[in-house]
Design a protein around this ligand. Structure first.
Ligand code: DGJ
Length: 553
């Protein structure tokens, strides 16, 4: 038995943090391409890249088809080899359970599940059809063939739960002592495409039956945090009745959410009963579009209250963020006090600034670019589509520089214990060019515009992301306050100014500014900056500075 409690989620300073070996831990992670972790041999160079990028954790698929190729026969040799590789490198793992769902499809279900449509029924988006065309986009008049397992398939759910419990049993036996695996994602991007709800006879019968009264009562009692659309439907509908009567226009989506979340919960609970690691559910975002055009029933933010009721074994809902509206999505997923856990995000040139920003501003539990081994490479057509290359911001069209991500990643990995200790306090803050615009001065004078600023009470740190010294305009700056007279700054592509926040001591002088690096957790000072370098405090490249200063009257 390990001397530590198993990885778990706890509150620190009122903020949810992941605890590993009884200490707060930040997953400075990367998710591998879907097929990579099926081959430990292939993974060798992926671990190397992750290490070069300063990552401390990998998000790795483990698939139902691989671990249970025949019903009741399990093979955990691949996840075991991945755990061994991870241990050799002192890294952690979050396994992604590709079970009944993967991107709203069922391609990772074992052959014995796929072939037995009687025991394991498919979802019907067209009555009577096991596979049917779905329109991929409102603007593209082409239908793609689509099939997935039904969320009403009780035997499928039980089989998935059994397999997942067996997997968690393997993790408990093989890893409870060492605790390499720190969390598990249950399924991947759940929900139904092509229709807002299933339309089989069984689904129709359930939809026209009474909504479970405990669910209605829960929804009505939790309307405060809901989006306007769901709140209006919940409060405007009947207190009892069928789904349409109770939930009006939102009934189809809530019906799907209810059944998908209950299904996922059954799987998660079976796993937790064996080995209760933190469990997450990731989400293909709705992007403001119509139900059916995104996986409907999955944990999009507007149905979080329904998921809370149906899936108490899921600890965190996680957005897969490829859209340009990065901060808006992070705000949405944290609006109810949830932790920010980003299992997938883009590898364009905001990848590194967003890493700094999510750690410093959101005190994120996880930040993880998807297919991170692509960092620094030109985008593939699929990435171009995913990352929204059609938008006007050039940073979204530019691949992240490998060297810059690696430099920031290494600094954060070394500082991780310090940063994690500050989670939940305002001693850790960050601003970025993408998320914190300059505030124009009321006079309209551009030289008097107010730059983004972090307020630490006794002192303030302002970041200048635009201007002749930083023409790229995609910088970010994180500040960790140590005391009223000392801080660490981690930044890139920005200049900095410090001021006093104390009205009784409004003047501030620098005492020392050191640039340097951390090695094995110890600070190795490099140049002591002064003169020109502190007159214009510019971090043109990824840097970490240790600053001391004092305020006076
Ligand atoms: C989201 C999925 O969750 C990932 O597994 C992967 O398919 C990416 N999309 C994009 O390729």
């Amino acid at each position: 038995m390990s001397k530590h409690t198993i990885p778990h989620i706890a509150k620190q300073n009122g903020h949810l943090v992941l605890m590993v070996e009884d200490k707060p831990f930040i997953l400075l992670a990367g998710e591998v391409h879907n097929s990579d972790s099926s081959s430990p041999a292939y993974m060798e160079h992926i671990w190397e890249i992750a290490d070069h990028l300063g990552m401390n954790t990998l998000l790795l698929p483990v698939t139902w088809e691989m671990i249970e190729p025949e019903e009741g026969t399990f093979d955990f040799s691949v996840p075991q080899a991945l755990i061994d590789q991870s241990r050799e490198r002192g890294m952690s793992i979050v396994f992604l359970w590709f079970g009944s769902w993967k991107n709203a499809g069922c391609m990772y279900a074992p052959a014995w599940i796929k072939q037995d449509l009687r025991r394991f029924p498919r979802a019907q988006i067209v009555k009577g059809k096991n596979k049917a065309g779905r329109q991929v986009s409102p603007t593209i008049p082409v239908k793609m063939p689509y099939t997935t397992l039904s969320y009403l398939g009780t035997e499928t759910m039980q089989a998935d739960a059994k397999a997942f419990a067996a997997f968690m049993g393997f993790l408990k036996d093989y890893d409870e002592e060492r605790q390499t695996v720190v969390a598990v994602q249950v399924e991947n991007e759940t929900g139904l495409l092509g229709a807002a709800k299933e339309v089989s006879d069984e689904a129709d019968a359930l939809f026209t039956s009474e909504v479970p009264v405990d669910f209605v009562a829960y929804m009505r009692a939790h309307s405060d945090s809901m989006t306007d659309e769901i709140r209006a439907a919940v409060l405007g509908g009947r207190e009892c009745g069928n789904w349409r009567e109770v939930f009006g226009e939102t009934a189809d989506e809530l019906f799907s959410a209810y059944h998908v979340a209950k299904y996922v919960n059954t799987v998660a609970a079976a796993g937790k009963a064996v080995y209760p690691l933190p469990m997450t559910a990731n989400c293909w975002l709705d992007k403001g579009s119509e139900p059916g055009s995104y996986p409907t029933g999955g944990p999009v933010s507007k149905v979080h209250e329904a998921w809370d009721f149906c899936a108490p074994s899921i600890d965190v809902y996680c957005p897969d963020i490829y859209v340009p509206q990065f901060k808006e999505v992070c705000d949405e997923y944290t609006r109810r006090g949830g932790a920010l856990f980003i299992p997938e995000c883009a590898t364009h040139s905001y990848a590194a600034p967003r890493l700094l920003y999510t750690v410093g501003h959101f005190h994120a539990m996880c930040y993880s670019p998807f297919g991170f081994d692509d960092i620094g490479h030109p985008f593939s057509a699929q990435q171009g589509f995913l990352f929204g290359m059609d938008v006007s911001d050039p940073a979204l069209k530019t691949p992240q520089s490998f060297e810059e991500y690696a430099a920031i990643g290494h600094i954060l990995r070394e500082m991780m214990p310090m940063l994690a200790q500050a989670y939940g306090t305002n001693c850790l803050q960050a601003v970025s060019a993408e998320t914190d615009p300059v505030t124009p001065h009321p006079s309209g004078n551009p030289f008097m515009a107010i730059p983004p600023m972090m307020d630490f009470g006794a002192f303030r740190v302002s970041a200048h992301f635009q201007g002749p010294m930083n023409p790229r305009g995609d910088g970010a700056l994180l500040c960790l306050k140590i005391s009223d007279a000392e801080c660490w700054l981690v930044g890139n592509a920005c200049s900095i100014s410090l001021s006093s926040g104390d009205p009784d001591r409004p003047n501030l002088d620098l005492l020392s500014v050191e640039e340097g690096s951390f090695e094995n957790g110890a600070w190795r000072p490099g140049r002591r900056l002064n003169g020109d370098e502190t007159a214009q405090m510019n971090m043109a490249n990824p840097s970490v500075w240790h600053m001391k200063f004092f305020a006076y009257k």
